[in-house]
Design a binder for this molecule. Structure first.
Ligand code: HSE
Length: 297
């Protein structure tokens, strides 16, 4: 008994929606093969060049599966083979994709006995290992697809899954390391009410913009007044990349997840290509290697 799951990259935060908003991409994706086993426990194998931990207690997919096994002890055990299509640390939901691929695969082998909400819960255990925080803004779009709102993770998980309007994403991934755990340490503990008000006005505007395919509303609602200013020093080139992306026709964008990638939303593939090139030029000038991804949501 074995299944192969393609688990997609995701954009989280989407500017103003820290830990709340997420968007699934069509590619890249992790390929996760899950096989049911009569041997108790979880075994992880990585078929990729990254040196990720294979001890299930320290591997995002392993931790997620151990959480699932706790709820389904009769499942006994799983063998998992992961081929990372998503570069670890790139800021497009690499850890979430592996954790989600593992639990979606295991659930299929168990006759889909768990709901998508429950799968989010299991996969979030993996995310907690990777980043030190139980957040579901990459997990939710990887499980549900489309555009998601994590309305709550406690006391119960409450995900609102919505469709995204046609969009093309350009992501530039500069080859600098920004660990999610580190980029969460720089965040303010308290937020002035004035800033909070501007931020939740943007979140409301952004969700409305997605629902009505109002690209201008999306563009003017993306800005993040709270998290991005704190993370700005960690991501050289961010301000310049945004300026050039907007000049090249992007709707808007910001830090992808906790960085270092920068995402821009676009109406057409041609614009997304031009925006990807324009952002890449910034990093060429800075002498920082980078990789550009352009694709539909
Ligand atoms: N919402 C998370 C953050 C996404 O910004 O830290 C990264 O995993």
């Amino acid at each position: 008994d074995s299944v192969l799951v393609h688990s997609p990259a995701t954009l989280s935060n989407l500017g103003c929606g820290f830990d709340v908003l997420g968007l699934a991409l069509e590619a890249p994706y992790d390929a996760v093969r899950v096989t049911r086993s009569a041997t108790p426990g979880v075994r992880i194998q990585h078929l990729d060049p990254y040196h990720l931990p294979t001890d299930p207690a320290h591997n995002v997919a392993g931790v997620a599966l151990l959480a699932l096994l706790k709820a389904a002890p009769d499942a006994v055990g799983f063998d998992v083979e992961i081929t990372k299509g998503i570069k670890p640390g790139s800021g497009v939901g690499s850890s979430a994709a592996s954790a989600v691929g593992a639990v979606v695969g295991a659930n299929a082998l168990l006759g889909n006995r768990f709901s998508k909400m429950e799968l989010v819960d299991f996969a979030m255990e993996g995310e907690a290992v990777a980043s030190g925080a139980r957040h579901a803004d990459n997990i939710a779009p990887a499980v549900f697809g489309g555009f998601t709102v994590v309305r709550a993770v406690t006391p119960a998980i409450d995900i609102v899954a919505l469709a995204a309007p046609p969009l093309w994403v350009a992501v530039v991934h500069p080859q600098i390391e920004v660990k999610t755990s580190d980029s969460r340490k720089v965040l303010p503990a308290d937020v002035p009410l004035k800033l909070a008000t501007r931020q939740w006005a943007n979140v409301a505007g952004l969700v409305a913009g997605f629902l009505t395919a109002d690209y201008a509303l999306i563009g003017r609602s993306l800005d993040d007044y709270i998290v991005e200013p704190a993370r700005l020093p960690l991501i050289p080139g961010l301000a310049a990349a945004r300026r050039r992306a907007l000049a090249a026709g992007a709707i808007g964008g910001g830090i992808s997840g906790s960085g270092p990638s920068i995402f821009m939303l676009n109406k057409t593939e041609a614009t997304a290509q031009a925006v990807g090139t324009a952002m890449g030029e910034v990093f060429t000038e800075l002498g920082i290697e980078f990789h550009v991804y352009v694709g539909p949501v």
